[in-house]
Design a protein around this ligand. Structure first.
Ligand code: GLU
Length: 501
């Protein structure tokens, strides 16, 4: 048997370090068994998936030095590798499930489902929603069908009993069928859900080992059942521990930059980032901290993965990166530094903003040095401004940060809309409102528009700088944060309404 693994990201945002981590372990497993690794794009959520996000994921994984044998950009014998291009395959398969009596059309309205959920919530022992709760008498189904009411296709799931799922790291896991819903397989728009598409594709693409994050354990019973319904062998499952923030909570962009692009922008070496990801729950047999991708693959043994939540600590990553940097020759250092800081994609968008403002080249660095730096070196006094007292300043920065976190498609227009809407609800003139953001992001108000700057720096770098400013100003304790969250609720509601118009 040839080992075949895959990574299956959904292109719904910035390329996440978690995706790179899972990709790395899948590739390591495949390579250490002389197998193949493929990349599949899971874009069945049509509202949230974007081609830009897909491109950024491919670019970031390549930047890290990961490669795939089959995928949407390199092709392969099992394509297409983008789920949105495989709709007919899912329709055929869901039909087989209906014909076999394993799935059914469900015409329930959202009001009926809400009522059903409420009823389940109030029961003594909460159980999942099953076919027996949902199925309507045949004549009612016929009536709703004749009226052209929307429907979904759901799978039948046992009402009770235990489902045993085997995991390569955990052995047998027992899950209770009573807690598993009659999962939707096909949505009313004709698109499959993750569960159907994922199982069908893993089978058709010959995947032998599914290595993915542990947040998918609860989906495993549904997947196991689908393999049974189709009469297929199930790949081996392996659920990797989730990456964590230093405070042990699940790694999230609210606490840590999670986009791979941020680490590129900060000037980390891809070798060091990959090395660090390789240390998340895994170690070399001799425990050495620095190793190359190929050294990892040569020594890879998945049973060495430990389940204690690995902490993704940017400070440790900086240290590891410094080790990698110091191994470079001065010549390589110079070449790589120039390739990072002065590469065309980075410099070109800046030029139209710089050219009108400078007289000689030596004016460029003071004007735009913050494009090459990480966190600006700031003092609390830099934020002094007569429109602000201490509380107002913190409120403005924190509300601004939350607005920046809410942006899905990061561009100047989206940033401006939210920031100006916030300015007016805080009753600040736009110029006064932007002042602390100029300081946090650029270190000075006398430079290129801060909205353009944020657009060019990208979401993670922009947010990280605002977060660093809040910390510099003393940070927000639990109590203050609670109070601000309360105040923010209505402010945000008004902004969401204003920008939706
Ligand atoms: N599309 C899923 C994700 O975004 C894939 C999960 C899996 O590997 O099964 O993580």
């Amino acid at each position: 048997m040839t080992v075949r693994t895959r990574v299956a990201p959904s292109p719904t945002g910035d390329p996440h370090v978690g995706t790179a981590y899972i990709a790395l372990f899948n590739l390591a497993f495949a390579r250490s068994h002389g197998g193949q690794f493929l990349l599949r794009i899971e874009d069945t959520d049509q509202q949230r998936s974007t081609p830009e996000s897909e491109q950024a994921i491919l670019d970031s994984l390549r930047w890290l030095g990961l490669e795939w044998d089959e995928g949407p950009d390199v092709g392969g014998p099992n394509g297409p590798y983008r789920q949105s291009e495989r709709k007919d395959i899912y329709l055929d398969h869901v039909q087989k499930l209906i014909d076999g009596g394993y799935a059914f059309k469900c015409y329930r309205t959202s009001e009926e489902l809400d009522a059903l959920r409420a009823q389940k919530e109030s029961a003594e022992v909460r159980t999942a929603i099953k076919a027996s709760d949902l199925e309507l008498p045949a004549e009612e189904v016929a009536r709703r069908e004749a009226e052209g009411m929307p429907f979904v296709i759901r799978m039948r799931v046992p009402e009770e009993g235990v489902c045993v799922v085997n995991d390569m790291l955990r052995g047998d896991i027992e899950l209770d069928w009573a807690q598993v819903d009659a999962q939707i397989l096909l949505k009313s728009d004709g698109m499959p859900t993750y569960h159907l598409a994922n199982v069908v594709d893993d089978h058709l693409m010959g995947i032998t080992h599914v290595i993915r994050g542990e947040e998918w354990i609860s989906s495993a019973p549904k997947h196991k059942l689908l393999y049974q319904y189709f009469g297929w062998d199930m790949p081996q499952l392996c659920h990797m521990p989730l990456l964590r923030n230093p405070d042990k909570t699940k790694l999230s962009k609210r606490k840590n930059p999670t986009s791979i692009m941020f680490y590129e922008r900060m000037g980390f070496m891809p070798e060091a980032v990959l090395n660090y990801l390789g240390r998340m729950g895994w170690s070399m047999p001799d425990e050495r901290e620095q190793f190359t991708r190929d050294e990892m693959f040569g020594n890879f043994d998945i049973s060495r993965v430990s389940l204690g939540g690995p902490v993704f600590d940017v400070e440790k990553l900086r240290w590891l990166n410094s080790v990698w940097l110091r191994d470079l020759s001065p010549q390589d250092f110079a070449t790589r530094f120039a390739g990072w800081g002065l590469k065309e994609e980075r410099v070109m968008p800046l030029i139209p903003h710089i050219m009108p403002r400078v007289e000689v080249f030596s004016d460029v660095a003071p004007l735009a040095g913050h494009f090459l730096s990480g966190m600006p070196a700031l003092k609390a006094e830099d934020f002094a401004h007569n429109a602000y007292d201490e509380d107002k300043l913190m409120q403005t920065l924190q509300f601004g940060l939350w607005q920046l976190e809410a942006i899905r498609h990061w561009d100047r227009d989206a940033i401006q809309k939210r920031m100006f809407a916030l300015a007016s609800s805080l009753e600040l003139k736009p110029k006064d409102f932007l002042f602390p953001f100029f300081i946090a992001i650029a270190g000075t108000p006398n430079t290129i528009s801060v909205l353009d700057t944020m657009d060019m720096l990208g979401p993670d770098m922009s947010r990280a700088r605002v977060r660093a400013a809040i910390d510099l100003l003393g940070g927000l304790g639990k109590k203050k944060l609670k109070k601000l969250e309360k105040e923010y609720f209505n402010v945000n509601k008004a902004i969401e309404e204003a920008i939706a118009e």
